[in-house]
Write a protein that binds this ligand. Sequence first.
Ligand code: DAH
Length: 360
Amino acid sequence: MTTDAHELVRTLEALKDEALKALEAADSEESLEAWRVAYLGRKEGRLTLAMRSLGKLAPEARPAAGVAANQVKTALEEGLARHQQALKERALERLATEQRLDVTLPGRPLLLGRLHPTTQTLREVLAAFTAMGFQVVEGPEVEWDRYNFELLNIPRGHPARDMWDTLWIDYTDANGERPMLLRTHTSPMQARVMEKTQPPVRVVVPGKVYRYEATDATHEWHFHQVEGLAVDEGITFANLKATLYEFARRIFGPERRVRFRCDYFPFVEPGVDMAMDCFICKGQGTVKGAPCRVCKETGWIEIMGAGMVHPRVLEMVGYDPKRYTGFAFGIGVERVAMLKHGIDDIRHFYANDVRFLRQF
Ligand code: DAH
């Protein structure tokens, strides 16, 4: 080694001793940081400067001096890490003794909330229709007889009123009639929307509905529906089929097939019951030889009522039924959720049991 190199090594050794001694005195985060900058700082650190002068040595002297320099650097870095760790441990100990905290206890888990399965399904259903150009509107849950029945072509005394078990509000008007009720379906919004707007109409109406009904596995006295209504010039049954077909595919999978059969609802003509092929047994009625429980071996699942808006319904809101036609449909939201997730009892939806809710 050249004299220059010897000298540099001596300087480095001295620097190391001095630095390690200074390190002993550093007893806070700030002083440790100041120490780090003073010795190891990338621009003006003393070790950094010393190492930079390695470059001035004769090439043969560089390796040996370089090794020495690296050893010093490692010693300083290890010393720093040791002190930092010790400082941390002391701080924790202080917390534990002074504040009587068990800092080793795991933190409290943050409980993540989530949307109720009814809400999730409702949003999926609405998303399917808004993607097809429908607007979402909402209406009152306490409704007038006029909207819930009369403007839907179900006048007082009409036997079709028996289709809905109704919760009447205890209020009698001047004529001695009880005109107010908890809506039995979301259909009353059909007239409310048409009274306020001119065609084209394309709306879906999500909401809660009420029935005077004993509950069992498939009946609740309140549940959710999504009503749909499209009115325009030239709307045909083909439009109804295409729209509801697309809905079934979006919610239950692209391979779904649909079936329409005649059904009766006073506000549509013709009225239909729409079913899709069972997505569990693929319409076979059996799964691996066993009867399919979801479709009860029929291969079909009924998912909604629908139909072409009755001309009287259009007339009553002032639409010209010669010029305009339309279709309407009503979907039970819990029923869709039950089918999608294989839920066997509608009462689960309102039981508020987290063991049930957590699964969705
Ligand atoms: N409102 C009916 C119910 O609750 C469902 C329904 C059937 C709605 C046919 C419609 C429709 O719009 O066209 O039973």
